[in-house]
Design a binder for this molecule. Structure first.
Ligand SMILES: Cc1ncc(COP(=O)(O)O)c(C=O)c1O
Length: 299
């Protein structure tokens, strides 16, 4: 579903600058793995099943949207989800990890140093001994199968977008960049602006390009720009400015909720760019990539 998005900006200013803003509601799709989650997981799940894997293992923080979706979908496919969780587990599990366990999942806390080493850590080598039959999915579902899922997701979005008119630019939030890479690889997608949720997100450009090239060797970076200044301090930060903005936007669009880590920074960033005089004469399509379960980390 695509609908117009009311920003906190004056409508007249948007008309004067010939800007229109719509949002694609990925958050309303696939309740168990909303937004980009299903798309990054679907081909991983298929590959795991084809391999006869009993366990599906991945990495994430204690509030990870990715782990949440992985647990739900692995369970549906008859596999046992296993999470390598960044940092120590607290005696009171987070709601995300409680859901993970409720889906029949197994948690392995990982020291930050091991977590950073990812698949290269001794910790992972020893876990491979426990789970010889497992299928491993990288953090955030960011592998070529995840990118492939987002490539196909872009076709579905494009089809709906074309029913409304032609959009000049798609705008999307980024963590690992896999979603943006799938979009970039798809020639049906017009220009893209990518808003990283983390500091230093400009560095994602080369990651996005190399992931996109695996899906489509003709992927061209010219169609993509990174807008790196709206990370608001990184993943776990919710400064009052952003919190207030989320509330204001909800009042203007009562049917819409943004998540605090990704999509709120995207919409906020788009408004700021427009205030700066950018994005004139454009029809903009913002992509809601879900993540609403992440709110439970802020209550
Ligand atoms: C809700 C939400 N939006 C956007 C992203 C960023 O996606 P990617 O890591 O593919 O850049 C994520 C992370 O997966 C997410 O959970």
């Amino acid at each position: 579903m695509i609908h117009p998005l009311t920003l906190t900006l004056d409508d007249q200013l948007l008309r004067d600058r010939n800007i229109s803003v719509c949002i694609y509601r990925g958050d309303l799709e696939y309740a168990d793995a909303p937004g980009n989650k299903w798309h990054k997981l679907r081909f991983n799940l298929a590959a795991a099943k084809a391999q006869g894997a009993k366990h599906l293992i991945s990495f994430g923080g204690p509030f990870s949207n990715h782990l949440h979706a992985l647990a739900n979908t692995a369970q549906q496919e008859g596999m046992i989800p296993v999470a390598i969780v960044r940092g120590e587990l607290q005696p009171q599990l987070t709601p995300t990890l409680r859901d993970f366990v409720a889906a029949g999942g197994i948690l392995w806390p990982s020291k930050r140093v091991d977590y950073r080493a990812g698949m290269e850590s001794d910790f992972v080598s020893s876990l491979k001994g426990y789970y010889p039959d497992a299928f491993w999915v990288p953090e955030g579902g960011s592998n070529s199968l995840g990118v492939k899922g987002c490539y196909y997701w872009a076709n579905a979005i494009k089809q709906q977008a074309d029913e409304i008119g032609s959009f000049d630019t798609w705008l999307v939030s980024a963590g690992t960049g896999a979603t943006s890479a799938g979009f970039l690889a798809n020639d049906n997608v017009p220009n893209m602006l990518v808003f990283p949720a983390l500091k230093g997100g400009e560095a994602l450009l080369s990651d996005i390009h190399s992931l996109a090239l695996q899906q489509n060797p003709d992927s061209h970076l010219q169609r993509l720009s990174i807008v790196g200044e709206y990370h608001h301090g990184g993943y776990a930060r919710l400064p009052s400015e952003l919190k207030d903005y989320i509330e204001q936007l909800h009042q203007l669009n009562p049917h819409l909720r943004l998540d605090p880590v990704y999509t709120a920074k995207l919409v906020y960033g788009v408004e700021q760019e427009i205030r700066k005089g950018k994005l004139t004469n454009q029809k903009l399509l913002l992509i809601h990539t879900g993540g609403l379960q992440g709110w439970r980390g802020y209550q």
